[in-house]
Ligand binder design. Sequence first.
Ligand code: B12
Length: 474
Amino acid sequence: MNILLLTPPWSYFELRHPKLKRPSSLYVSADVSGQGALPPQGLLQLASVLREAGHEVSLLDGYFKDIALIKECAIVKRPRIIGISTITCLWKKTKALLRELRSSLPNSLLVIGGPHANFAKGNCLNESPELDAVVLGEGGRPLLELTKRVDYKLDINGIQGVISRGSSEEDSCACLRSIDNMDNIPLPAYDMADFGFYVPNLSFFDKMPFMHIFTSTGCAKRCGFCAIYDKNPIRMKSVSYLTKEIEYLIDSFGVRTINFYDDYNIFSHSPEQAYLLCEALRNLKKGIRWSAYMVNFDIERNLLTEMKRSGCFRLNCAVESGVQENRNRIRGEYFPLEKIRKKIREMRNVGISTVGRFQFGIPGETFREALQTIDFACSLPLDYAYFVKILLSPGSAMFNSYLEMGRINPDTETWSAYSDFFNPDGMTRRELALIIKRAYLKFYQRPSWWMKNIIAPRERCLYGGYLKRIKKAS
Ligand code: B12
């Protein structure tokens, strides 16, 4: 069967300035330089599952494209099923896309999945009359079942994990977990990603080409701001699977740098497996460079040394807050701040550079506490830091608590990508905006930081490479 997988049209510019006119493509450079744009891993995974089952799959990422172009591609392909991966801040755009697709392809089955589907569930069908079904949770198995039913012209109602016009939300939501063993799913369809088009965030940037990869699905943590892995336990890819995936990326696409993108990944979850992965990466002898997110600071120095030896150049550390109580609230665990300091020092001592992530606007956090966090960030031996308004994903505990306090407008269309939609309870919105500016100024204005990072020859060469890469993408 002919299936088209899409993301709605998007760019960071439009997400930041929804009322302004779409910029010209010259803007791509400015656009990606902030956050980086990466191929949609969810769709790459679904594409490989569908292809393995014998379907003909095409993939189109809406990054820097418009509805007209996407519609044109869809008309050329005439797919039987169109699957769209969407997030809450792009739901309005997705509805407009669905309208256009329906008008020109009346016989295609229109399906959505991804974070917004999991959050809004059956409401998506109420809000978009053109939509046929909403796939919840891990999409592979339900989507395969859906294609089978369409193939055999059977009723699509009553599929586990799929809400359709004729099946109730309760029946469909019983199980959102469709992957039992990560090793049983085929490698993501990396051949469908345009390696020349995407640029990673500066904090993962090194030698190009680059790809981000996931070591797991689900999560073992329950962080207050995240709703994604709400009901699903963690399932890890095995070391041999990961090694095969990385080797495939290197051999087939010339990849030289990877980032382990899951927040809570193999290095946080399973030190034994992490040692084995480092050994396997070293044995590959392909000189791969890698970075990772680091959530768990209870990591042995020996493992850090092994990580460095296997190519790790940077760890992106989720410090979150410099006030112990607020950190505990966000992470749902107690880990002493002073131990975090010690671990970051160890990372640097073994030669891994570090980025600290800090979030402001945690429920109850005061302006004075936020200032304490800035001081804490500046006192850590970090190479870089980034400071954001807490990235509340719709449906998370902290999001719901702000909603209950009446501090979030219940109209979903006002929920922007940059957490501009909530009024914090411990400080004013103005103070929250001010604190972010102040944090960046204070962290990056220190002469010691400039001496270390800008004047050092290796970093100078890295920034130069990054600017060149962005220019090429545009
Ligand atoms: C990687 C990532 C990015 C990358 C790549 C995004 C991309 N195009 O895929 C970059 C850096 C570009 C990015 C940018 C942004 N991101 Co982002 N990103 C993530 C992250 C960390 C992982 C997503 C991922 O690849 N997961 C791995 C894959 C395998 O899983 P998956 O995508 O969930 O897909 C599975 C299922 O969801 C389902 N599925 C997904 N799509 C579909 C479609 C169909 C048809 C079906 C049947 C099933 C299905 O099946 C898949 C396989 O099991 C998530 C957080 C998270 N932990 O999920 C945030 C997240 C998705 N991002 C988010 C946001 C807000 C953004 C930005 C707006 C920037 C920002 N302010 O943070 C932009 C918007 C860009 C965009 N259009 O997506 C939010 C979305 C919140 C929401 N509910 O709407 C999340 C959830 C983070 C958060 N704050 O909670 N992001």
